[in-house]
Design a binder for this molecule. Structure first.
Ligand code: PMT
Length: 220
């Protein structure tokens, strides 16, 4: 069904994983495919929004009429998000951003030493992108986060909603089969100050339309 809930609104969405360089040939990352965020971008565009999609390294086509900004690292995504969020109405953080990065990316490929049996990588915290947007006092969009959890879904998501000062959080249990990372399907809880709503398991494309309608009804 055609919705015009976001006619003329500007929506910024992050999607996919980030890559945190260890050296020129190695990185830390995760299993995010970008499907959830890309489905949200397509749904927001169909609802009439002007959409900017900030994408980590993924193998997906850009939805029609969506402006795409490609990034690699969490730091790059942070800078792109801060710029894009300045004049948007809604910010949705579907990306699986690495919480930490190697303190220093080695300039040359790291060689193993003769007889070396173990190794360690020192990590430092990345900026929290969605928390930075939600902490704004000026030019603050309606800010929606995701929570990827493997246990205590509602409690952990509720905690992130409050700690990051979000307007809404979409919680997915990423330990369920055929759900969460890389699947075409997902099952989510939507939590905001009005309470908690469970959406039935569905295709991400279908869930994205439901989520965009819900976000539009709360944000505007
Ligand atoms: O990409 P797919 O394969 O389709 O999978 C979809 C998904 C499982 C990745 C997606 O539905 C999802 O849950 N995205 C958020 C993943 C995540 O990193 O969750 P988190 O609980 O670690 O982070 C909480 C929130 O803070 C998220 O909105 C995240 O984007 C944001 N965050 C986290 C760390 C950081 N440094 N900056 C952030 O903005």
């Amino acid at each position: 069904t055609y919705s015009s809930a976001l006619q003329g609104r500007k929506v910024v969405i992050t999607a996919g994983p980030t890559r945190e360089a260890i050296d020129p040939v190695r990185f830390l990352s995760n299993h995010s495919s970008g499907k959830m965020g890309f489905a949200l971008a397509a749904a927001a565009q169909s609802a009439g929004a002007n959409v900017t999609l900030i994408a980590g390294p993924v193998n997906l086509d850009t939805p029609p009429q969506v402006e795409r900004i490609n990034v690699i690292s969490a730091q790059d995504m942070y800078e792109a998000a801060e710029r894009a969020a300045d004049h948007c109405d809604i910010f949705i953080s579907a990306a699986a951003v690495a919480d930490f990065r190697p303190v220093q990316a080695a300039e040359q490929k790291i060689k193993k030493k003769n007889g070396q049996d173990d190794a360690a990588i020192a990590l430092i915290k990345n900026p929290d992108i969605v928390a930075a947007i939600a902490a704004r006092t000026e030019l603050r969009p309606f800010t929606v986060g995701f929570a990827a959890e493997t246990e205590q879904l509602q409690a952990h998501a509720q905690n992130k909603l409050q700690r990051k000062n979000l307007d809404m959080i979409i919680a997915n249990d990423v330990s369920l089969p055929d759900s969460g990372f890389n699947s075409d399907h997902n099952a989510v809880l939507v939590i905001d100050s009005d309470g908690c709503e469970r959406l039935a398991p569905a295709l991400k494309t279908n869930l994205a339309r439901q989520l965009i309608d819900l976000i539009a009804s709360k944000a505007l």
